[in-house]
Design a protein around this ligand. Structure first.
Ligand code: BDR
Ligand code: CA
Length: 324
């Protein structure tokens, strides 16, 4: 049985990889893509989502622009990380498809219809607005899996804050406080372990095909950024882990907790995970802390080559990744 999902995102290099993974996953029925401002402004994000849909020959899926600014803070984008165009300055040709607006209403309409989940790969502004507009409908959503936040890991925007939650902490707070929907936080504790290494990128290039070429091209800028910023080789691909976890729960493990977020001051955007039960509040989320990165990579590789199977046995550092 396919599960119906809306992918709420801000593409974004790793968002684009997550979209490719979702579109090649038989377990998912992607009913629409909603866009929020984050890595780039929402309009650019929508253009990028459409480029991915064109590449994947899935232009039947509609893209809806949602909120263009965070609830309270001024928008701060991440074009230093993702490039001016959000796709590593590859400037792929725009798809000739109309962009829709009304992302928040699209989420609510689907919630009212029932049997829908949301995989959120950007700031939570669209979800926060949806809950503010119609809490009852919002709470009909089956599940939210959100890439964002950090528990023990250091941040990537400040010592303590992860980008998605730092961009719109008030949006996150609204969701944490009002939502009754089961919520999983796929934060930096687990996503930092998902690294597209130079070896893997070379492998993707060698296996080849249109999708592979796109991945190699858009990740180049991201790899350079990681080297400049952290002196690491390769790039951390956060967002596809949220999709993979949605499909296969055995990829990550964690615990439920009461979650809150800091909305001002030096620690703005820091996720508060009440692991010690100091606040004695009802648990409002599942925090993922362990990840089987090899299992993730196996799923990711198999699926990006779904339409270009070569039956090559992949072995990297004596680890078998199976037939691609
Ligand atoms: C998150 O921030 C964005 O830059 C990525 O797309 C990802 O969603 C990682 O902190
Ligand atoms: Ca993202």
């Amino acid at each position: 049985m396919k599960r119906k999902v809306i992918i709420d995102c801000d593409p974004g290099i790793d968002d684009s990889l997550a979209l490719i993974l979702a579109l090649n996953s038989p377990e998912l029925d992607v009913v629409g893509i909603t866009i929020v401002s984050g890595n780039v402004k929402a309009e650019q994000g929508a253009k990028n989502a459409l480029k991915v849909l064109k590449l994947m020959k899935r232009e039947d899926i509609k893209v809806y622009i949602g909120e263009e600014v965070p609830l309270v803070r001024e928008l701060i984008t991440a074009q230093d990380t993702h490039g001016e165009d959000g796709l590593g300055e590859t400037n792929y040709k725009e798809a000739d498809v109309e962009i829709n607006y009304g992302g928040v209403d699209f989420i609510l309409e689907n919630a009212r219809r029932g049997d829908i989940s949301v995989i959120a790969l950007g700031p939570l502004t669209n979800l926060a607005k949806a809950i503010g507009r119609d809490e009852e409908a919002f709470n009909m959503i089956n599940e939210i899996v959100s890439m964002g936040g950090a528990f023990k890991s250091h941040g990537n925007c400040s010592q303590v804050a992860e980008f998605n939650y730092w961009v719109d902490p008030h949006g996150v707070k609204e969701v944490f406080e009002k939502s009754k929907v089961p919520f999983s936080m796929v934060g930096l504790d687990v996503t930092r372990e998902i690294i597209l290494t130079p070896n893997l990128i070379e492998l993707i290039k060698q296996i080849g095909g249109e999708v592979a070429e796109f991945i190699v091209n858009i990740t180049r800028f991201y790899v350079d950024f990681h080297w400049e910023q952290e002196r690491t080789l390769g790039c951390v691909i956060n967002d596809p882990l949220a999709v993979a976890y949605f499909i296969d729960r055995s990829i990550c493990e964690g615990f439920t907790s009461y979650l809150d977020i800091v909305t001002e001051g030096i620690a703005i955007g820091q996720t508060l995970v009440d692991v010690g039960e100091f606040y004695r509040k009802e648990h409002n989320g599942l925090v993922l802390t362990k990840v089987d990165s090899k299992k993730f990579m196996k799923i990711f590789l198999e699926r990006i080559f779904k339409d270009n199977k070569k039956d090559i046995e992949i072995v990297i550092n004596n680890e078998k990744y199976g037939l691609i």
